[in-house]
Design a protein around this ligand. Sequence first.
Ligand SMILES: [Zn+2]
Length: 205
Amino acid sequence: MTPQPLSSKGQFLTKRISALLVALVAAGAMFAALAWPASAATPKSQNGWTVIKSASSTKLATYKVPGTKHGLVLRKGDAGVLLVDFANWYNKHVEKLSLYQAGDDYGWSYRKIRGSSTTYSNHASGTAIDLNATRHPLGTTAAHSFSTKQIAAIHTRLKRYSGVIRWGGDYSGRKDPMHFEINKGVTATHKVYKKLFPCHTPVGC
Ligand SMILES: [Zn+2]
């Protein structure tokens, strides 16, 4: 039996369906093109934590630390809490955070490492702090602005975090004595957080 030609209505419908399929495929391709680079290109800071671009991100929180003018804006959760725990101790036992210049303490900042055009600073992921920045300039040694006793106290305190917090004063190359940063990934950081704050509910990372 010879197939019957499609009626004009049937042809119209077939064309409509074909057009729709073409449009769907095109839309799918566009979506893939738009979505894929966005997720694949989410940059990470030097320590592997994802970069936070906007100050209004829900991944950030402002933590109050005595002596800081505006508090410390940091990655909400484990990383931020550990850095604030350290900053609080520093304010009590090393030097007041307002001692040299109020407002020279920093957390999150969307930027690259000073002098680098490619690598994001750990400040960009909200996982680093600068304390009394004007007193402890980048490129100077810890001994330049800290006493031997203060340096020893900082090293002793850092043991509390099992390597999760690293001091820029201990860098092998250019030193950064104002700077403290998370130096491990999400899992290791969470483990230390839970060890130190077992009663707290994790608030995300
Ligand atoms: Zn810094």
